[in-house]
Design a protein around this ligand. Structure first.
Ligand SMILES: Nc1ncnc2c1ncn2[C@@H]1O[C@H](COP(=O)(O)OP(=O)(O)OP(=O)(O)O)[C@@H](O)[C@H]1O
Ligand SMILES: [Mg+2]
Length: 235
């Protein structure tokens, strides 16, 4: 079956320059193939590298060696060597990402934050706004907050803004980092519904879901990330 993402022989270390170049190995020859229509849950202990993997896939971190192949516009591109312009193009059309925390941009109203992924695709505000309003209403963000910057929003409100922004456009691939982590049960259920709708429309997902029931209801496969034995690796 057609794959969407093919991670091949991925190696990644972090180096802590401020701490005597301490080396933190995170991935050794890691492989993962995400097929079309598949929903993969990343599992493994805290600190093993789950969030790091999503950031590597999204091009936020440089990899050490290996390949991160992404099917984009009918081509296969290597995220690892792609230039910044191409990475932005992939993010615009192919790969969405809901990080655990919203990166808050001061002074930009919540509704604009939500509409942005559509606007960068050239959708007019007239068309984007009602779609943002539907999501904000569904996610129970009070109307009085729509025109305010999310800077002062609660953790759960910021997370719901992040979800609305992540799902306003549809992408072939979605990366989800604990999308329900700070939500109450009612809002969690809404987020699960929104993710299921995306899956039923053909989006492939790689996600981290701390809640086992939610993971079981959303993922078609689990991928265990193994800790690297890092004895003798401190330099
Ligand atoms: N920017 C960074 N610089 C240095 N080390 C980092 C960086 N980001 C992550 N790490 C280290 O990489 C390892 C993996 O971190 P990561 O956040 O990916 O874990 P995780 O599996 O998502 O854990 P959790 O379940 O607690 O969210 C950790 O040891 C962390 O300290
Ligand atoms: Mg994490």
């Amino acid at each position: 079956m057609k794959w969407m993402i093919d991670v091949d022989n991925l190696n990644k270390n972090f180096f802590l320059h401020t701490q005597g170049e301490a080396k933190i190995p995170v991935f050794r020859d890691f492989r993962l193939k995400l097929k079309h229509d598949e929903s993969v849950a990343l599992v493994g202990p805290s600190g093993v590298g789950k969030s790091t993997l999503l950031r590597l896939l999204y091009g936020n971190y440089k990899i050490g060696s290996g390949k991160i192949l992404v099917r984009h516009n009918g081509d296969v591109l290597n995220m690892a060597g792609a230039d910044p312009h191409m990475i932005l193009h992939i993010r615009k059309w192919t790969m969405g990402y809901v990080s655990q925390f919203l990166r808050v941009i001061p002074r930009v109203p919540a509704i604009q934050v939500v509409m942005e992924p559509l606007k960068v695709r050239g959708v007019s505000e007239k068309e984007a706004r009602p779609r943002a309003e539907v999501l904000l209403t569904r996610l129970r963000i009070p109307k009085r907050l729509w025109s305010l910057s999310p800077t002062t929003f609660s953790g759960g409100e910021q997370q719901r803004i992040n979800i609305a922004r992540g799902f306003i456009a549809t992408y072939p691939v979605m990366l989800l980092d604990e999308p329900t982590a700070s939500l109450d049960p009612v809002n969690s259920r809404t987020v699960v519904e929104i993710i299921k709708e995306a899956l039923s429309q053909g989006t492939s997902v790689i996600g981290i879901f701390h809640d086992e029931d939610i993971r079981n209801s959303l993922a078609s496969r689990r991928v265990e990330i193994q800790p690297i034995n890092n004895h003798n690796c401190s330099k």
